[in-house]
Design a binder for this molecule. Structure first.
Ligand SMILES: Cc1cc2nc3c(=O)[nH]c(=O)nc-3n(C[C@H](O)[C@H](O)[C@H](O)COP(=O)(O)OP(=O)(O)OC[C@H]3O[C@@H](n4cnc5c(N)ncnc54)[C@H](O)[C@@H]3O)c2cc1C
Length: 477
């Protein structure tokens, strides 16, 4: 019997490092040296004699947000499934990140507010401290670990195209880039090329120019508006470690997201977000007003009484999008895509970096089947990636379909899934079992189908009817 999507998702999510990796190629080239590219390079170092990462942004990755990753100033939560993958590829990843400055508070009491109600469920203690950092800090850690391998090197330059073998079905045999600072284009031959150039990747254009079909693209126009700011941590202002506040849209309620977490350098990073024409500005006073008016007490306390470091930085994301390479009829050998180049989601769900890490796991699974990467199109890889993309897309876009400005058609079964999700969400406010099962899905440890169990739904329905085992605690606004 074919494995279910949930079983395949669990295999991809494995915490165990592979023990059966074989060298399959001489050189792999990775275009883009951010999260997806770095993770792909780590996997490829088990299967290639040499891995070259081509990154267009040559600024210092340890110096904070960099131009190549313009979203890097915004709050970036690493979901537990992503942390599991980091510790899978480098078994001491968490410990070394903490030694380098990531906070380790020995706490497990993130405060989650849904429509101003504090969720009171408790989580089992995690196996390792939970990694909470800024995005640039995490990326710098991952880059340092990848480049520890003598097989991996990074060159700086802008990838401008692919090299193809002669003939109508010519495989991808390398890539061309223009070195940072100028000079003649460089041609890098490779047995396998990875596109990890992010949401704006040109891979579809490059394939089309060579006569290959484009991967179909789906978009959902989310019109998301972010604003983040850093604050000096101060126990006299607040003892907050992590707080997340979400309001869901309703007749008398506007959908908003806020988040605050303690990060390296004894700082908090704080986010306020809205949709459509609800746009936070760069004005610190307006940021503080939003925090006080729309979010639980600690948001206002930190924004009004805390010391802001730097200013408020805004970011707009127009859509969630996915490119379904598994759907194309013809695909050349020698090329795969990973991370946002395949799919990027509404960031409020925090799925992007973890998805990139799970794509790397898909790459490892596929390469361990021993394909001839120079002759076989990477169907086995893209089929695995689809499992990850579908899971993340289901969680984020199903929730986003409830936003009033989103007019995309509803997929089959939407009304039933929405009803079941609301029943489960309501029960999770007071019930540890439901809350933990829901959290495992939203943190990408489990496939969303894990919530489709009749037992869980019955439990949630019963709790909805009796009003919960415990009373929810109201936020103290
Ligand atoms: C506002 C916001 C908040 C987010 N919050 C979270 C969060 O909380 N948690 C989470 O997990 N994710 C979050 N994400 C998503 C996350 O940022 C991405 O999913 C993640 O960075 C994807 O990594 P990537 O390597 O695929 O692409 P990117 O990080 O976008 O990197 C692409 C890389 O390719 C390089 N590049 C591009 N073109 C070329 C070229 N022609 N040649 C060479 N190099 C090139 C770029 O310089 C860059 O280094 C957020 C995103 C946004 C927009």
């Amino acid at each position: 019997m074919a494995a279910s999507a949930a079983q395949r998702f669990a295999e991809i999510n494995t915490p165990h490092p592979p023990t059966d990796a074989k060298i399959l190629m001489r050189r792999a080239v990775v275009l883009g040296g951010s999260m997806a590219g770095l993770m792909a390079a780590r996997v490829l170092s088990d299967h290639a004699d040499e891995v070259v990462i081509v990154e267009r942004d040559d600024t210092d990755v340890t110096a904070g947000p960099r131009p190549g990753v313009p979203q890097g100033s915004q709050v970036h939560a690493l979901l537990p499934a992503g942390q599991v993958q980091l510790d899978r590829w480098w078994p001491d990843f968490t410990e070394r990140a903490i030694a380098a400055g990531a906070p380790d508070e020995g706490r497990n009491d993130a405060k989650i507010f849904i429509n101003d109600e504090l969720r009171v469920a408790t989580e089992p203690p995690p196996a390792k401290p939970i990694l909470i950092t800024t995005r640039p800090f995490l990326e710098a850690q991952v880059r340092a670990r990848v480049l520890e391998s003598p097989k991996v090197r990074m060159v700086f330059g802008r990838a401008e195209g692919l090299l193809f073998a002669d003939g109508p079905d010519g495989a991808v045999v390398g890539a061309r880039y223009v070195p940072a600072g100028g000079g003649d284009p460089v041609e890098l031959r490779a047995d396998l090329v990875v596109d990890a150039m992010g949401r704006a990747s040109s891979l579809n254009d490059w394939l089309e120019q060579q006569g290959w079909p484009r991967a179909p693209m789906q978009r959902m126009p989310i019109k998301l508006n972010y604003a983040s700011a850093l604050f000096q941590r101060d126990p006299a202002v607040s003892d907050t470690w992590i707080a997340i506040s979400q309001t869901t849209p309703a007749k008398d309620r506007v959908a908003r997201i806020g988040g605050v977490s303690s990060v390296e350098g004894d700082r908090w990073i704080m986010l306020v977000a809205g949709y459509d024409d609800d746009r936070p500005s760069r004005d610190p006073d307006e940021f503080a007003r939003r925090c006080r008016e729309y979010f639980p007490q600690m948001f206002g306390d930190i924004a009004e009484r805390g010391t802001m470091i730097g200013g408020v930085i805004t970011y707009h994301q127009a859509d969630s999008r996915r490119r379904d390479f598994d759907q194309v009829e013809r695909l050349p050998a020698g090329i795969v895509a990973a991370g946002d180049a395949v799919a990027s989601f509404n960031p409020v769900y925090g799925q992007g970096m973890t998805s990139a890490m799970l794509h790397a796991s898909c790459l490892s699974e596929w390469l361990r089947t021993g394909p001839d990467v120079t002759r076989e199109p990477a169907r086995g890889y893209f089929e695995r990636v689809r499992v990850v993309v579908d899971a993340a897309w289901q969680v984020s876009t199903f929730a986003d379909l409830g936003l009033p400005h989103i007019t995309s058609g509803q997929p089959r079964g939407y009304k039933v899934i929405r009803w079941a999700s609301e029943v489960i969400l309501k029960a999770s406010m007071t019930d540890d079992v439901t809350s933990q099962r829901l959290n495992r899905v939203t943190t990408m440890l489990d496939h969303p189908n894990a919530l489709a169990s009749p037992g869980l739904l019955l439990r949630a329905l019963r709790l909805n009817l009796v009003g919960g085992r415990r009373r929810a605690v109201s936020s103290s606004r």
